[in-house]
Design a protein around this ligand. Structure first.
Ligand code: URP
Ligand code: ZN
Ligand code: ZN
Length: 459
């Protein structure tokens, strides 16, 4: 046996129990009260939780956007992810204009190969849905790329029309893939942004004021109707507000296969951040924007109660100096996105579990088990079970933390969570049985992360 972890408390989406865990050739081979068989290495974990490696199904590494490129590539981004207890991510391969979807995946494979330190998969963001492109969806599923994102926002760039969206939904259902949706009404936002620019309104707060909650709620409602017509499942990404959540709840109560995630930032940060002086609000420019904080308890309740199934990060970092400042004179030119890949587990643990908003088991479900099931990574990933990949996090629930950009590992010059304090730290991380994080040391290797061919969507 290669390794055993002794004396810890195993946490799954449904159970919490004291157990040792044994690993051989990259897989979990035993979980038991006391494993006496010898191992080449023993990791003591008394007082710690053993969690399945977290899965981040929404990241943008090395992504060209808004005239620049996101600041983490697959090496820096996956290293930072590992420090935060994330052992698998699914990144978005973006189709550029005129490009086939297969070519988009190939572009992203080249970005990841030789660099990724943890396992990864891809979704494809479809930005031009010609008949040929629609035909290609079946090929992608065969390659293990079983989810597609569409944008109803970013007019003139990534946005597609409702007809194209409908065709994608229909074809995705036929090939048993999952359609993911960026729900904001791009046409209305375009009008509001033009009006704000004409009135010479320049500050970051206008990013939020020109993308009101109603734009998200309307797009969510419309998309659910289109999915219903196409009899297709739909996964709403980065849901940020009450209005959009009401649409999802209504659909789910009616028995429709509508799934949704929220992100760390919508649970912990609010619209007032855009008023930070000296252009500081630009750090929070993302879409959808941060909302009024009255949305926080509503989102936490939906996570606890099951109306939201996943917490992801939408990690899309741009440096404050040199990237965000592209929009110094025009809020609409600030690149959209913020970092978060490294801080999700500790913040959800502290703000969610320690503050009794969600249970420990629900946290595991939201960060690992449900993402794995929804996105075709189970049973290899997402749970601590015999036969699963040994992606394991040893987590000390008592250890204090203070977040700062200086001690983070992401390749970006700020964190939106600067100064956040709490308890709960990642101590050791295993990726397919190899120790890749040992305290503050990184022992992983660029290129050791493997592309994971995902299964087709099933409810
Ligand atoms: O502002 C964001 N969310 N940037 C990344 C692209 C997207 O819409 O997910
Ligand atoms: Zn989006
Ligand atoms: Zn995103």
């Amino acid at each position: 046996m290669d390794l055993k972890i002794t004396g810890g408390t195993v946490v799954t989406a449904s159970e919490t129990f004291r157990a040792d865990l044994a690993v051989d050739r990259g897989r979990i081979v035993d979980i038991g009260r006391r494993i006496t068989a010898p191992a080449d290495r023993t990791i003591p974990a008394k007082g710690c939780y053993l969690l399945p490696g977290a899965i981040d199904v929404h990241t943008h590494l090395d992504m060209p956007f808004g005239g620049t490129t996101s600041a983490d590539d697959f090496e820096t981004g996956t290293r930072a992810a590992a420090f935060g207890g994330t052992t698998c991510l699914i990144d978005f391969a973006i189709q550029s204009k005129g490009q086939s979807l297969t070519a988009a995946v190939e572009t992203w494979r080249r970005k990841a190969e030789g660099k990724a330190c943890i396992d990864y998969g891809f979704h494809v963001a479809v930005t031009e849905a010609t008949d040929q492109v629609i035909d290609e969806l079946a090929d992608l599923v065969r390659l293990g790329v079983t989810s597609f994102k569409v944008f109803l926002a970013y007019k003139g760039a990534l946005m597609i029309d409702d007809g194209s969206f409908f065709k994608i939904l229909r074809r995705a259902r036929q090939v048993r893939a999952l359609t993911m949706l960026h729900a904001e009404n791009g046409d209305i936002i375009d009008v509001l942004v033009s009006e704000a620019r004409a009135a010479k309104l320049k500050e970051p707060i206008y990013h939020a004021l020109t993308r009101p909650e109603e734009c998200e709620a309307e797009a969510t409602a419309r998309a659910i109707r289109l999915a219903e017509m196409a009899q297709a499942p739909l996964y709403v990404v980065h849901l940020s507000c009450f209005g959009a959540l009401e649409e999802v709840k209504f659909a789910r109560d009616a028995g429709l296969p509508i799934l949704a995630e929220t992100c760390l930032q919508y649970l912990l940060l609010d619209i007032e951040r855009y008023r930070e002086p000296r252009f500081g609000g630009a750090k929070y420019v993302m879409s959808p924007p941060l909302r009024h904080k009255s949305n926080w308890p509503v989102l936490w309740d939906a996570l606890a109660g099951g109306d939201l199934q996943v917490v992801s990060t939408d990690h899309c970092p741009f440096n404050f100096k040199g990237q965000k400042d592209l929009g110094k004179k025009d809020f609409a030119a600030i690149p959209n996105g913020a970092p978060g890949i490294e801080n999700r587990l500790q913040l959800i643990f502290h703000e969610g579990v320690n503050k009794k908003r969600i249970s420990l088991n629900r946290m595991v479900d939201l960060l690992a088990t449900s993402p794995a099931r929804i996105f075709g990574l189970a049973p290899r990933k997402g749970s601590l079970a015999i036969g699963a990949d040994a992606d394991v996090v040893v987590f000390d629930p008592k250890a204090p933390f203070t977040i700062s950009a200086r001690s983070n590992h992401m390749n970006v010059d700020y964190t939106p969570y600067e100064g956040f304090k709490g308890r709960g730290r990642v101590v050791t991380v295993l990726s397919r049985g190899k120790v890749i994080v040992d305290g503050r040391k990184f022992l992983g290797l660029p290129g050791a992360g493997q592309f994971i061919k995902r299964k087709r969507f099933s409810q």
